[in-house]
Design a binder for this molecule. Structure first.
Ligand code: PHE
Length: 344
């Protein structure tokens, strides 16, 4: 029995020496050490041994098993190491290869215009305010002196969520919200850029979602000339020092008097061209002196304070500044369009 064990050990170790594959190693493990393996087979003969022989042989069996197990383990290591090395060799990085260019994004033209507008107005002492896009009818219309039967309140023109809640159709509700927050204190001097929504059919100049920037100033002795001076300064910083603006009478329920403000055509400088429809002027915003009713509703005494407000379409400004002909370009995310606004 002793010799059988010895022979089996030698045979096993010799076989294992030449193993190269994990699969083959596994097969040999089963062959020598498995439940139906050679060692088990030998062990079965233990019953026939005498009481003195049994522990001796038992010890030898253990030694043989350990020797085989150790050899298998070290073979296993060897094979794993070789696989890993082969894998690493395959994955070697050639550091001399040219790298792939990193695609960096560019700032969206509307974001650029908003930042530029904020810079200009912060320079004039304004603060940037915010308001919700999902707005109460109360702030979007009621607080702005828009009567119940005003056409803008029609379901056809606004996106209503419930009877009382809608997507704001203008940034003007931020006027009311800001004044209420100020609790009658002056001065109020804010701008508010943000998204607005109207049930327009989209075309080259209309979009159901677009961007506005509201402006509001409330204080003592604020007059129409403050409005005009502020807007002229903005126009010149945005479009160049020789810019001219023109005020035309208009109507908004929340301003009195109300004006529409034209910019001298940035393309033809007043000569008349296709863009300005031969008039030399382009309308860029609505404005006016804050209506006394609006001041009153928001907790201000119109006998003591006055204010002006304006609201401009940011896309309009961006289209004029960058020569963009279709408003839809701002929303369709065509990288060929967006890439043209690279900062560098
Ligand atoms: N909210 C107006 C609009 O969307 C613009 C406006 C703002 C007019 C402030 C006057 C004062 O057309």
């Amino acid at each position: 029995m002793q010799t059988r064990l010895q022979q089996m050990k030698e045979h096993a170790l010799d076989k294992l020496k030449h193993v190269a594959e994990a699969q083959e190693l596994q097969e040999l493990r089963v062959k020598f050490l498995g439940k139906k393996g050679e060692l088990t087979e030998i062990l079965r003969g233990m019953g026939a041994l005498s009481a003195e022989e049994r522990p001796k042989i038992g010890q030898l069996v253990n030694e043989v098993r350990e020797a085989i197990e150790e050899t298998i383990a070290s073979k296993q290591n060897e094979i794993e190491k070789r696989i890993l090395e082969a894998k690493l060799a395959k994955q070697t990085i050639d550091v001399t290869l040219p790298g792939l260019p990193v695609a960096t994004g560019t700032m969206h033209p509307l974001t650029r215009i908003i930042e530029e507008l904020e810079d200009i107005f912060i320079g004039l002492g304004f603060e940037v305010a915010e308001g919700p896009e999902v707005e109460l009818d109360h702030y979007n219309f009621e607080m702005l002196n828009l009567p119940k039967d005003h056409p803008a309140r029609d379901m056809q023109d606004s996106f209503y969520i419930t009877e009382e809640i809608l997507l704001r159709t203008q940034t003007s509700p931020v006027q009311a919200r800001t004044m209420l927050k100020k609790e009658g204190k002056t001065p109020v001097k804010i701008i508010c850029p943000g998204k607005v929504y109207r049930r327009d059919d989209d075309d080259a100049t209309h979009s159901h979602q677009f961007t506005q920037m509201e402006g509001l100033v409330v204080g003592k002795n604020i007059s129409m000339s403050d409005l005009k001076g502020t807007l002229l300064t903005f126009a010149r910083q945005m479009f160049g020092e020789d810019q001219q603006i023109r005020l035309r009478p208009s109507f908004f329920p929340f301003t009195e008097p109300s004006v529409e403000v034209d910019l001298q055509c940035v393309i033809c400088h007043g000569e008349g061209c296709r863009v300005c429809k031969q008039t030399g002027w382009i309308e860029i915003l609505g404005a006016g002196m804050v209506h006394p009713r609006v001041l009153e509703m928001a907790g201000y005494n119109p006998q003591e304070v006055s204010g002006f407000a304006f609201g401009m379409g940011i896309e309009r400004i961006a289209m004029l500044k960058y020569g963009v002909e279709d408003i839809r370009h701002f929303y369709t995310n065509d990288v060929r369009f967006l890439r043209q606004f690279n900062r560098s």
